[in-house]
Design a protein around this ligand. Structure first.
Ligand code: LIP
Length: 323
């Protein structure tokens, strides 16, 4: 119920704020090439573009230790715990905290402030509480199901009609996408090829997007769509810990998410959710912001969300998703 969700949200906010100074301090001290320093970036699985720092591990430990004290029966999935143990995390209906202690670690080690702490809570496998905190920018995004989404206490989306327009074609849209950390020729050819088709002019068969931005953090990407600073976000291969919290924030800001098979969103009618609800354990994600109805056309905002998503998916359909 609402009171329970608010209590979970309050806990998550308090914890995010509590570890915020360690994040900011680590951001200042981390050195990419300082191999001997406790604050050096380490390559994961030999891939230097996919890195981890002592700050990632410290913050995840702190968050889980504190959450376990308050909710001893809950389950916990964290980027560092899960990735480093190599364990398959069991997905159950139990309340599960899904945490990325430093989302956008690559930005973090390059001192680019688009990086933050992502704390999500899923119940019955569905994300219901989300906190994305960017300590360096001092942006705190919060949401709980049915309770709205906020940035530092102000309701989202920040951009409102008439400034928040209703695009009727992909060529009127701005998109945030990610190229990810894979560096193999095959993956890059396909991903960058899709970027080219999205940007290319219409005479040459492209979608002629107004812009395409790579911000480097799925959690932040979703908050940008939620605030109305981008129309869509699409990525092949993010993990649940990258987007569980951001998904709730976007949903509560009137946005919708498509996981490759089903839609998820407060305004998504039941029949469009088939064959099943949004599955955050799949690594497929297309997110679209709230689109206001066109004048005199109730339901047209939702129809436009679907139309624009279909246009986007038609352009990127051959980009393989991880299993
Ligand atoms: C990052 C994701 C991002 C993706 C990066 C990376 P991390 O998470 O947020 O969407 O493109 O490759 O996975 O690893 O920095 O927490």
């Amino acid at each position: 119920d609402a009171a329970a969700l608010q209590a979970y949200l309050d806990t998550a906010v308090a914890l995010a704020r509590e570890v915020g100074p360690a994040f900011t301090d680590g951001f200042r001290r981390t050195g990419r090439f300082a191999a001997s320093s406790a604050f050096a970036a380490e390559a994961k699985l030999g891939n230097e573009a996919d890195c981890v720092t002592a700050v990632d591990r410290y913050i995840e430990e702190q968050l889980f230790a504190r959450l376990r004290k308050v909710y001893p029966t809950h389950r916990f999935v964290g980027e560092e715990t899960t990735a480093e143990s190599g364990d398959d995390y069991a997905v159950t209906d139990d309340p599960t905290w899904v945490v990325d202690p430093v989302d956008g670690t690559n930005n973090f080690v390059h001192h680019l402030p688009y990086t933050g702490i992502s704390i999500g809570l899923a119940i019955n496998r569905e994300p219901v509480v989300g906190v994305v905190y960017l300590p360096v920018l001092d942006e705190l995004y919060t949401a709980a199901r049915g309770l709205g989404a906020h940035l530092n206490g102000a309701p989202l989306p920040i951009v409102r009609p008439p400034a928040l327009t209703s695009p009727t074609a992909l060529s009127q849209c701005s998109l945030i996408a990610e190229h990810g950390s894979a560096r193999s020729a095959a993956v890059l050819e396909s991903r960058l090829g899709s970027f080219k088709r999205l940007l290319l002019d219409k005479e040459h068969g492209g979608a002629c997007l107004q812009n395409l931005r790579v911000m480097g953090s799925a959690a932040y990407d979703l908050t940008l769509v939620a605030r109305g600073a981008a129309d869509m976000y699409w990525e092949c291969g993010p993990h649940a810990w990258d987007f569980a919290a951001g998904a709730v924030i976007l949903r509560e800001a009137g946005g919708a998410l498509f996981d490759g098979a089903g839609w998820w969103g407060a305004d998504v009618p039941e029949h469009e959710r088939r064959p099943r609800p949004f599955d955050m354990w799949r690594r497929k994600l297309l997110a679209i912001r709230h689109i206001p109805d066109l004048p005199g056309k109730p339901g047209s905002g939702r129809a436009l969300q679907k139309q624009l998503a279909a246009e986007l998916l038609a352009v990127v359909q051959d980009v393989p998703y991880p299993p």
